[in-house]
Ligand binder design. Structure first.
Ligand code: KE4
Length: 423
């Protein structure tokens, strides 16, 4: 069956025929290739077409698909059982790897997705501070828990409004939405809700409105405002964790959050999330404390195995290689935009980057929305035809892996040159 046939059948069985909305190509049009296999920096669809892959499963595949160390570790692990529902040595081993890498993390709890990690972190923050309000940023994505599916109210300091049917006004009333890279908008809310803000949650490098630029003083400014107002600072590192730096974004920028959330890379492609941070806070989590959170498959031995193999494969040399290759890609794309005389900007932190069809920097969600997303859809289609599979939305980050060698980068850049010339 072709991808087109598979989509028709799947759409009768699953909403939109997909397991997560972005995969349906609504933002770019066309039929999404149904993937049969992947290897290194490529994916191959059921029709036999092979693509250079910049989705990377939305971040986890930082070593590349079917990395031999990850595959071998999983093959051995699966013969010992797939799930125990009881403690295993692998969880503490994995927790140690995280604690060793991230100075701000003293204790960790594993869950099964980034969404579970962030919803648990804000429950803990509310319990620890005995406050209800959570402040997030327009364009920030922290998974699909009700507290996060909130759009900015009419004015910055007003209540958030549900951003999806099914999210109740009750859920929305405890979430405020500020402007990213705008400390004044944060200060306004903290003053307005003085004594009621439990935490600020922020992607320390936004990747869900595209990779967004921001002032060096922004993250330190959030830390200072949290300290001034008795709120906790939560870094949502589900995407940035162990990608932008061996010690995560908190180490890259030298800003210490109270709690951090993780996912993607720490699962090596298997379902994992985690939250962690100050021990005095984490000890409040059941069973050592009163804050309840649980999960049937949390700490799953296969997911821990894939995560451990991935983290251990992320050596200093691999980080250096990721930086080199990602810089080559950025430079090539910028040259291609210039040569084609197409207005656009490439913004990158480490091995996550976004090409925006926008005149000037993209610093917040308003800028991201002002990009030419129709032009992105045309660019996406042209790249796909030339065997390069970008993330199917202009609001997403492209992910470079350790498997993206010069051949892959050069092919990507030459495809971009051709497509941009024709836009
Ligand atoms: P999951 O529940 O999808 O594992 O993680 C939610 C999440 C939390 N925080 C950040 C910063 C994230 O980027 C994500 C998920 N990222 C999207 C990519 N834009 C996942 C792709 C999808 O939803 O299919």
């Amino acid at each position: 069956m072709t991808s087109k046939d598979l989509l028709s059948r799947a759409a009768e069985l699953m909403p939109g025929g997909v397991s997560s909305p972005v995969r349906a190509f609504k933002a770019v049009g066309g039929v999404p290739p149904f993937i049969a296999s992947a290897s290194g920096c490529t994916m191959t669809d059921v029709d036999g077409n092979t693509y250079i892959d910049y989705i990377g499963s939305w971040g986890p595949m930082i070593l590349g698909h079917t990395h031999p160390d990850v595959t071998a570790a999983l093959e051995a692990a699966v013969r010992k059982g797939t799930s125990f529902g009881a403690p295993s040595p692998l969880e503490a081993e994995m927790a140690q790897e995280i604690v060793d890498r991230v100075p701000s993390v003293e204790m960790v709890r594993f869950v099964n997705s980034g969404t579970e990690a962030t919803m648990s972190a804000i429950r803990l923050a509310r319990a620890a501070t005995k406050r209800d309000v959570i402040l997030k940023f327009a364009g920030g994505y922290h998974g699909h828990a009700d507290s996060f599916l909130i759009q900015a109210g009419s004015g910055v300091a007003t209540f958030g409004a549900p951003d999806s049917p099914g999210v109740t006004p009750g859920a929305a009333k405890d979430t405020r939405v500020a402007r990213f890279d705008d400390l004044e908008s944060v200060r306004t809310i903290l003053e307005q809700d003085k004594g009621h803000v439990a935490a600020i949650i922020v992607e320390p490098v936004p990747g869900n409105m595209g990779v967004t630029r921001f002032d060096d003083g922004f993250l330190p400014g959030l830390r200072a405002l949290c300290d001034e107002h008795g709120a906790l600072l939560i870094f949502d590192e589900v995407m940035t964790g162990f990608r932008v730096h061996r010690g995560c974004a908190s180490s890259l920028f030298g800003v210490t959050p109270d709690l951090s959330t993780f996912g993607k890379v720490i699962g090596g492609g298997l379902p994992v999330g985690a939250y962690g941070g100050r021990a005095d806070l984490m000890r409040m989590i059941s069973p050592s404390g009163p804050v309840y959170q649980a999960g049937t498959l949390s700490g799953n031995p296969l997911a821990m195995t894939a995560g451990l193999a991935t983290l251990r494969g992320l050596t200093e040399n691999v980080y250096a290689q990721l930086e080199t290759q990602s810089a080559k890609l950025q430079a090539g794309l910028e040259d291609a935009l210039r040569e084609a005389v197409v207005t656009g900007v490439v913004q990158r932190v480490g091995s996550m980057l976004t090409l925006f069809f926008h005149d000037g920097p993209v610093r917040n969600f308003d800028d991201a929305k002002a990009c030419d997303h129709d032009r992105f859809a045309a660019f996406f289609g042209g790249m796909l035809e030339r065997g390069v599979h970008l993330p199917p939305s202009g609001y997403e980050a492209w992910f470079v892996s350790a498997a993206h060698d010069d051949t892959a980068i050069n092919k990507t850049v030459s495809a971009a040159r051709e497509v941009l010339r024709g836009l």
